[in-house]
Design a protein around this ligand. Structure first.
Ligand code: 8YV
Length: 334
C-alpha cells in the first residue's frame, strides 16, 4: 500500500467501514481497545500525526499539545466537547470539530428511556424477577412507581437535545417547563410546548427533571444538595448531560433518605467510576454513558467525525470546510 501524505490517529475502535473510508485518503493508525490515556501518552500518540479522531475520555489541552508542530485537526466523537481546551487548540491553529445534530433524536429518546425506567422501577423489577423472587402472588400495593403522563416535565438546558426531549412530551400529556441561560424565541417555545421559568421554579415544580446542559465550570454541580432540597420528594431526576453537573454524593443521599423518588443516570462524576453509594440504591437506574448508542447514530457520529477530519485536512467534498467546526478562528493552518 502506498503511503499517503497525511496520517491520522483514531483513539478507539470505530466501525470498519468508516476506518476504510478514512484509509482511502490518509494513513490510519487506529487503536483496537478502549482505555484512558495520560496526558503524556496522548502527547506521544499525537506527536507524529496530522489529525486525530478522539473520544470524550481524551482530554486535549495545552499540556498535551506542547511541542507539537504537526497536528492540524482534532475530531471529537461527541457533541459535548468539555474534553477539548478550545482556546489552546485555537492558539495552536488546530481545527477542532464535534458531532452535533446526528445524535439529537437518539439522545432525546434515551432521556425518555431513563425517565420511564426510573419512574416505573423497570431496572429494580427486572433484577428482582431475575433473582427468582416472584413466588406465588404479589401485593397489589407493591412495585408502585410514579406516573409520567399528565405531570410536569422540567428541562434544564434547552439546546437541540432539550428541545427534542420537550417535543416528545406531547404524547404523554405533560406540561413542559424549562430553564436555560437564554430564553428561546417564542416561536420555538410554542413548537416545543415549553415555557421558560427561573431555575428555582423549575426545581420546585418539575415532577420529572431532565438535565441536558453542557458541562463547564459554571454548570459544575448545577444540581447539588441545595438544589435537590428544592425538588419534590416524588420527583424523578434524569442526567443525560455530563457527570459533574450533578453532585452524585448529594444525589445518593437524597435518594437514600427518600427526599427524591428516583433517578436515571447515564453519566457520572469521574466516570467510568461510579459513586459507590449509587450502586447500592434500588431507586436509581444506571447506564454507562450510552444515550447516543443506537446502531444508526453511532455510525452517523463516526462518519461525521471522519468527514470533519478529512475536510479539515483538505480532502473530500467539504475540503477545507469541516461540517462541524468549533473554532473557525483557527482556520488558515499551521
Ligand atoms: C458520547 C456524548 O460522545 O455526544 C456527547 O456529548 O456524551 C456521547 O454521545 C458517546 O458516548 C461516546 O463517548
Amino acid at each position: 500500500m502506498m503511503s499517503k501524505p497525511h496520517s491520522v490517529w483514531v483513539s478507539r475502535p470505530l466501525f470498519p467501514e468508516v476506518l476504510a473510508s478514512l484509509a482511502g485518503y490518509v494513513n490510519v493508525h487506529a487503536e483496537t481497545g478502549e482505555g484512558k490515556r495520560t496526558p503524556g501518552q496522548l502527547r506521544d500518540k499525537l506527536a507524529d500525526v496530522d489529525g486525530a479522531i478522539i473520544g470524550l475520555g481524551d482530554r486535549i489541552d495545552a499540556e498535551v499539545l506542547a511541542g507539537n508542530r504537526r497536528l492540524r485537526a482534532i475530531a471529537n466523537l461527541g457533541v459535548g466537547h468539555n474534553n477539548l481546551d478550545l482556546p489552546a487548540l485555537t492558539a495552536a491553529r488546530i481545527l477542532a470539530t464535534n458531532t452535533p445534530d446526528v445524535l439529537t433524536q437518539t439522545t432525546a429518546d434515551y432521556a425518555w428511556a431513563l425517565m420511564l425506567a426510573a419512574a416505573r422501577r423497570v431496572g429494580s423489577a427486572e433484577r428482582w424477577l431475575r433473582a427468582g423472587h416472584w413466588h406465588g402472588g404479589m401485593r397489589f400495593d407493591d412495585w408502585l412507581g410514579v406516573d409520567i403522563h399528565g405531570k410536569t416535565l422540567g428541562i434544564l438546558g434547552m439546546g437541540r437535545i432539550g428541545q427534542a426531549v420537550a417535543r416528545r412530551a406531547v404524547g404523554f400529556d405533560m406540561s413542559v417547563i424549562y430553564h436555560n441561560r437564554s430564553r428561546l424565541p417564542a416561536a420555538i417555545e410554542r413548537e416545543c410546548g415549553a415555557a421558560w421559568v427561573e431555575k428555582s421554579e423549575l426545581l420546585r415544580r418539575a415532577d420529572h427533571l431532565v438535565l441536558v446542559l453542557p458541562y463547564s465550570a459554571q454548570s459544575h454541580h448545577a444540581i447539588g444538595a441545595a438544589e435537590l432540597a428544592q425538588m419534590k420528594a416524588t420527583a424523578v431526576l434524569l442526567n443525560i448531560a455530563r457527570g459533574g453537573i450533578v453532585d452524585d454524593a448529594a444525589l445518593a443521599e437524597a435518594l437514600r433518605e427518600g427526599r427524591l423518588a428516583a433517578a436515571g443516570l447515564d453519566v457520572f462524576e469521574g466516570e467510568p467510576a461510579l459513586h459507590p453509594a449509587l450502586r447500592e440504591l434500588e431507586n436509581v437506574v444506571l447506564s454507562p454513558h450510552i444515550a447516543s448508542a443506537s446502531a444508526e447514530t453511532r455510525r452517523a457520529m463516526a462518519r461525521l467525525a471522519a468527514d470533519n477530519l478529512l475536510a479539515a485536512l483538505g480532502y473530500g467534498p467539504r475540503a477545507g470546510d469541516p461540517p462541524s467546526l468549533l473554532n473557525p478562528e483557527a482556520r488558515g493552518g499551521r
